[in-house]
Design a protein around this ligand. Structure first.
Ligand code: ADP
Ligand code: TRP
Length: 327
């Protein structure tokens, strides 16, 4: 295990995950946990930019821990931890802020989006990529699996590592983003990117009724049952690609192309398959929810492991920048 490559990723605890989060990022966590030594972080201090209510924050952190466990992250194989439990993250982000210029961070998409919405942007939102660079670089990961929208943050992380290495000497490994081409943007029920902020999501832990309602709302064109349909432009078919497997998928594609299936029937098949997929993880989550002390214990153990690695790295950083006097 010691020679295993390292993987680190994180999710902000800002609300219930949807199938875009799952296929774009979280599913890879589960798939990759046998191939890497994995660190899965709950980015609670990043979430603080959006969630400013203590009770709500506490609930959201536990929710995300339950989500991680329910989708199949195994706390024996992988380290699950809270960002806020490891003070080295905020300490290192300060050092990165000292070597980064304002014009450089002004080019970040997330900042530009926040600014274009006309609100006064918090310093935390502006510095967001510095904390993310610290999250990553403290653990020397080889890969960081994320959705397409995080690509720029990984580039900023690499730039920051290079800059630090140039100024203070070789310290950080340059990580690679791992972005799955096939699911880089899961479409929502309106055909746009699925996102909490677009209100077009299908929840990963949704009830059967919520799934049926969301799928029935997907807009389609006005073609009748017998008309041939283009599977590549239909929003319903886009989701079949994620949930419908084996011969059923091939038959569906043939019927779309030749005519002989209406959107209503296609939606009913999709609902059946999403429900089949969601049911076991929904059940696993419900059973984990009954034992919150065990979840807290998993996070405590995870923090202990993460802390060992982060504090060792931070000792090296402190020495490189010259604040350690006794070595
Ligand atoms: P949201 O856009 O719903 O607020 P987040 O920004 O919290 O989602 O994203 C959490 C993770 O899920 C990120 O790695 C992001 O890239 C991924 N992700 C979010 N939406 C999608 C989507 N529609 N398709 C693919 N990946 C996504
Ligand atoms: N910024 C990421 C998001 O919005 C969450 C995140 C924080 C993260 N720190 C990270 C992802 C470190 C990967 C690695 O989804």
């Amino acid at each position: 295990m010691n020679d295993a490559k390292i993987l680190l990723s994180g999710v902000k605890p800002t609300g219930r995950p949807h199938i875009g989060n799952y296929f774009g990022a979280m599913k890879q966590f589960v798939d990759l946990q046998n191939d890497y030594e994995c660190f899965f972080m709950i980015a609670d201090y990043h979430a603080l930019n959006f969630v400013q209510n203590g009770k709500e924050m506490k609930g959201l952190i536990l929710d995300l821990a339950l989500d991680y466990l329910a989708i199949g992250i195994d706390p024996v194989k992988s380290t699950i931890f809270q960002q806020s439990a490891i003070s080295e993250h905020t300490e290192l982000s300060w050092i990165f802020e000292a070597i980064t210029t304002v014009p450089y961070l002004e080019r970040a998409h997330a900042f530009k989006d926040a600014e274009s919405r006309g609100k006064e942007v918090s310093v935390g939102t502006f510095n967001y990529p510095m904390l993310m660079a610290a999250d990553i670089l403290l653990y020397d990961p080889d890969v960081v699996p994320v959705g397409q929208d995080q690509k720029q943050h990984i580039e900023i992380t690499r730039d920051t590592a290079e800059k630090f290495n140039r100024i203070f000497g070789e310290t950080f490994k340059l990580p690679e983003a791992l972005i799955l081409e096939s699911v880089k943007t899961v479409p929502g029920t309106d055909g746009q990117k699925m996102s909490k902020s677009h209100k077009n999501t299908i929840g990963l832990f949704a009830s059967d009724e919520e799934i049926a309602d969301a799928v029935m709302k997907i807009p389609t064109d006005s073609k009748g049952v017998e008309d041939p349909k283009d599977p590549e432009t239909d929003n319903v078919f886009a989701l079949h690609k994620l949930f419908t497997e084996g011969p059923e998928f091939g038959e569906l594609r043939d019927k779309y192309e030749a005519g002989g299936i209406g959107y209503k029937e296609s939606k009913e098949i999709l609902i059946k398959n999403i429900v089949k997929f969601v049911t076991p993880i929904r059940e696993r989550r419900a059973s984990l929810e009954k034992d919150i002390p065990s979840v807290i214990e998993i996070l405590r153990k995870g923090a202990k492991k993460a802390k060992e690695r982060a504090s060792e790295k931070m000792a090296d950083v402190r020495m490189k920048v010259g604040v350690t006097l006794d070595k």
